[in-house]
Design a protein around this ligand. Structure first.
Ligand SMILES: Nc1ncnc2c1ncn2[C@@H]1O[C@H](COP(=O)(O)OP(=O)(O)OP(=O)(O)O)[C@@H](O)[C@H]1O
Ligand SMILES: [Mg+2]
Length: 242
């Protein structure tokens, strides 16, 4: 696959402590109930710009809860989450939405593409609320699709694409806003092993181009490809040293 993001994307990796994209400081998420469920329990995590982190854990361990917090879809009940150095505690709902759309690219297990829109239109939809004319948005969408190796399928409809190609469209849609963080939830969950490997090759390319990735997965093959591995068990995070 030819994927290049040489001319775009976030800045290259840095070891500077100031260049932290994600910082969780003793973050907990408790759901009310009798008894309440502490789905995340005093979790601390720092993700540097350019890191590629896999978050792995069994069913019910808190992976989705963590993903929702990282993606600003939910808020901690205790602790602090800083994204690109911004303390997210006191933001209004519209500030959170703005931060989410400008700094986070989501990739899910099911690709969530609109069937009656072409590949390039699906990617452009991610840009509806961003500045720029229709033609600049189209240009950016085309560039993102070339980045994931789909420059030849711009006007195809999702139903005519393979599963792996659909997931690449979803990755292009996540990348088009040049996010600080690509957040993926079981990105290969609906793919066979050959196609999964292609998506993981693409993630490697993106990582080498400086993108910051956090991938939540059950799959050891997926987590083995990441540079760092963090295990989650009963809401507690532990770095896995290899
Ligand atoms: N809205 C909620 N209300 C109450 N409990 C919840 C809620 N969401 C999650 N939980 C509980 O929090 C714990 C962690 O759930 P979470 O969905 O984060 O797990 P997971 O690791 O994503 O699991 P899976 O691999 O099955 O998707 C579980 O015990 C779950 O039942
Ligand atoms: Mg889950």
């Amino acid at each position: 696959m030819t994927a290049s993001i040489a001319d775009s994307g976030p800045p290259p990796p840095s070891n500077s402590t100031a260049d932290i994209v994600v910082e969780l400081d003793e973050v907990s998420r408790e759901f009310p109930g009798n008894p309440p469920v502490r789905a995340l329990d005093g979790a601390s995590l720092a993700i540097q710009r350019g890191d590629y982190v896999a978050i792995i854990g069994p069913s019910g361990s808190g992976k989705s809860t963590l993903l929702h917090l990282l993606g600003l879809l939910d808020e901690p009940t205790h602790g602090v989450y800083r994204l690109d150095g911004i303390d997210t505690r006191d933001l209004t709902e519209s500030d959170r939405a703005g931060l989410r759309s400008s700094r986070i690219g989501f990739v899910f297990q099911s690709f969530h593409l609109l069937g009656h829109r072409t590949t390039v239109e699906n990617v452009m939809l991610a840009e509806v609320y961003r500045p720029g004319t229709r033609s600049t948005r189209r240009k950016r969408a085309e560039d993102a699709l070339r980045q994931v190796g789909l420059g030849h399928r711009l006007d195809a409809y999702p139903t005519t694409l393979s599963g792996g190609e659909r997931q690449r469209v979803a990755v292009a849609r996540a990348l088009v806003g040049e996010p600080s963080l690509l957040l993926a939830d079981e990105p290969t969950g609906n793919l066979d092993s050959v196609t999964s490997a292609q998506i993981l090759d693409l993630f490697d390319d993106l990582h080498h181009s400086g993108l910051t990735l956090a991938v939540i997965t059950h799959d050891e093959d997926v987590s083995e490809r990441a540079e760092r591995k963090v295990r989650i068990n009963d809401g507690t995070l532990t770095e896995v040293f290899r």
